[in-house]
Design a protein around this ligand. Structure first.
Ligand SMILES: Cc1cc2nc3c(=O)[nH]c(=O)nc-3n(C[C@H](O)[C@H](O)[C@H](O)COP(=O)(O)OP(=O)(O)OC[C@H]3O[C@@H](n4cnc5c(N)ncnc54)[C@H](O)[C@@H]3O)c2cc1C
Length: 537
């Protein structure tokens, strides 16, 4: 006999979106079951691993830095970057809603939970062929995603109506039940005991995206215009297998934009190897030269980070072997290299101001040493270019070889241009570095036109980088109340979707591209809206 629970709402997934939904429902006195396949120690899903960068529009932080932002400007940037299609009514509506409400629904909500943001606002995704963020909007939570999740879990645990919340870990939801077209609950398995369970409640689908699991859904929904890489690293949730997406589709729910995925260009093998092809996403240094598997600088327009992530990924996929090398030196690495993940950004995660100051002034030597030591599969260091190329070739794949004379030529030309002086920069990367350095928030983390072969900046470093699968931009279509809709746009009674499962709202709030930091933000936004809808507020 299946164990049966009764509640007002069953939330299937205890990631950030599920937690935000639960909090909102608790506030309104509803009885909730928050169910997750994972273990209790991983409560919070991917957000716990995240850097904690959130996109806000019009914060006091921006104002203090003299940044003039507005919902209108943000929405115009968002639409340009997203390239929405004519039929993207709900994604557009959600994007507008985000830009207009990021302060009330997300920023102040997190501030009330005592989450603080660093005073420096970062400027991600500036755009390349079309402008992206017109102004800096990426606010880093002090304490990273770990802090966001811990504070929100505390808010649930300490809530005056805590008795209305039941948490079920190691419980996999496998099916959605209906009666006469109305969703009445879910069924699944208690993985610890092997027994079945049933929940009778309204259902919130919150299992994250489809970019994890065994990557088969990622490959099956790969963007048709792009070649598929032989090696694709997994930077998403190990349970992001799309099972509940399929169950929703079987009930008539509309799945949209699944071919729109947010991959990163600078993935390396995760030393912990927690899952097959586990990947770590580097924040690519701006002053490194991005070469292909043959050691040729990718061009004619060089690849430059902080511009357009989608374009970086597409450019690398079109190179021989579908992987790349970033070539840099120690001086660049300690100043510019970062990892998108709470485990590695220790000054941020530990909330250590002295350590952060040390890293900003002197560079993060510990991080670079750690990466070279732990990620030997993809990181090589050497005192000379021939030695570096020899080590790179020990890691070359598919019979492709890095060519030393080509590397010498391309690096030599770049370094020679730096020697000629900034008045004569005719290289887009150097021009962009100049532009990055003109914003204070970027200058502190960008070298001043650093030559690669500079004898005083060695050792040389080369990083073998793969495309890393991270986020699903598409998903279960919802209306602006988070109600799952069918192909005719009609809501399915009793069924809601939030977070990445809902394409972060409306089945594709980002269109083709994100302005960055919009993922965590829209998990909170959709979660809170779903909670309000179910509670009838
Ligand atoms: C390293 C890293 C860094 C990141 N940095 C940022 C950043 O700085 N800014 C930003 O905006 N975004 C960032 N992101 C993305 C962001 O963290 C995620 O997009 C977001 O947290 C997704 O939240 P979610 O609740 O929708 O899904 P998830 O976090 O994936 O949670 C889904 C939960 O559902 C559970 N589940 C799945 N299937 C089932 C099932 N059948 N039954 C029961 N439970 C199930 C899973 O175990 C999981 O706990 C980062 C992601 C990573 C991995």
């Amino acid at each position: 006999m299946a164990k049966t629970y009764k509640a007002d709402a069953a939330i299937t997934g205890a990631g950030l979106a599920g937690i935000a939904t639960a909090f909102e429902l608790l506030e309104r006195g509803k009885k909730i079951l928050l169910i997750d396949k994972d273990k209790r120690e991983r409560f919070g899903g991917l957000a716990r691993e995240s850097f904690g960068g959130v996109c806000f529009v019009g914060t006091p932080h921006q104002k203090r830095l003299g940044i003039k932002d507005s919902p209108e400007l943000a929405y115009s940037d968002w639409q340009r970057f997203a390239c929405f299609g004519d039929n993207d009514h709900w994604p557009r509506a959600w994007a507008k809603f985000y830009c207009e409400n990021s302060l009330d629904y997300i920023f102040h909500f997190l501030r009330r939970k005592k989450i603080r943001f660093l005073p420096i606002v970062n400027w991600a995704e500036r755009g390349l062929f079309q402008p992206g963020n017109s102004v800096p909007r990426w606010h880093i939570a002090w304490g990273t995603g770990v802090e966001i999740i811990s504070r929100l879990i505390d808010a649930l645990e300490e809530h005056p109506k805590r008795q209305n919340l039941e948490l079920l870990f190691e419980h996999e939801v496998k099916g959605i039940e209906t009666v006469g077209g109305r969703v009445t609950g879910v069924v699944g398995t208690d993985l610890a005991s092997g027994t079945e369970f049933r929940v009778m409640a309204e259902v919130v689908i919150a299992p994250g995206g489809i970019c994890g699991g065994d990557l088969s859904k990622v490959r099956a929904n790969w963007c048709r215009q792009w070649p598929q890489p032989q090696i694709l690293l997994n930077g998403a949730h190990r349970y992001g297998d799309g099972l509940l997406h399929d169950k929703v589709a079987a009930l008539g729910g509309n799945l949209t934009h699944l071919d729109k995925q947010w991959h990163y260009a600078a993935g390396v093998h995760h030393p912990a190897g927690r899952k097959v092809l586990d990947g770590l996403s580097l924040v690519p240094p701006r002053s490194a030269l991005w070469m292909n598997a043959l050691g040729k600088r990718i061009g004619p327009l060089p690849l430059i980070s902080y511009t357009d992530t989608r374009w970086l990924v597409e450019s690398i996929l079109r190179q021989p072997g579908g992987y790349s090398w970033q070539v840099l030196n120690w001086k660049i690495a300690v100043r510019e290299l970062a990892v998108s993940g709470s485990d590695y950004m220790l000054a941020f995660t530990r909330k250590s101001k002295p350590l952060l100051l040390k890293h900003l002034l002197l560079g993060d030597n510990e991080l670079v040493e750690r990466l070279i030591e732990e990620c030997r599969e993809d990181f090589v260091a050497a005192d000379s270019l021939p030695e570096l190329v020899k080590k790179m070739n020990e890691r070359s794949l598919y019979g492709l070889r890095v060519d030393l004379p080509t590397m010498e030529r391309d690096i030599g030309e770049y370094d020679a241009m730096i020697d000629r002086g900034s008045a004569f920069f005719n290289d887009e990367q150097l021009r962009r570095i100049g532009s990055h350095r003109s914003y204070w928030g970027d200058r502190i983390r960008t070298c001043k036109f650093q030559k690669i072969l500079d004898a005083g900046a060695r050792p040389l470093i080369a990083i073998r980088e793969f495309i890393l699968s991270r986020k699903s931009l598409g998903g279960i279509q919802t209306d602006l109340k988070c109600r799952v809709v069918n192909k005719d746009g009609v809501p399915i009674d009793g069924l809601y979707a939030v977070g990445e499962a809902a394409g972060f709202g409306g089945g594709g709030i980002h269109g083709l591209r994100s302005l960055e930091g919009t993922f965590l933000g829209s998990c909170i936004l959709t979660g809170r809206v779903a909670g309000n809808t179910i509670a009838g507020a």
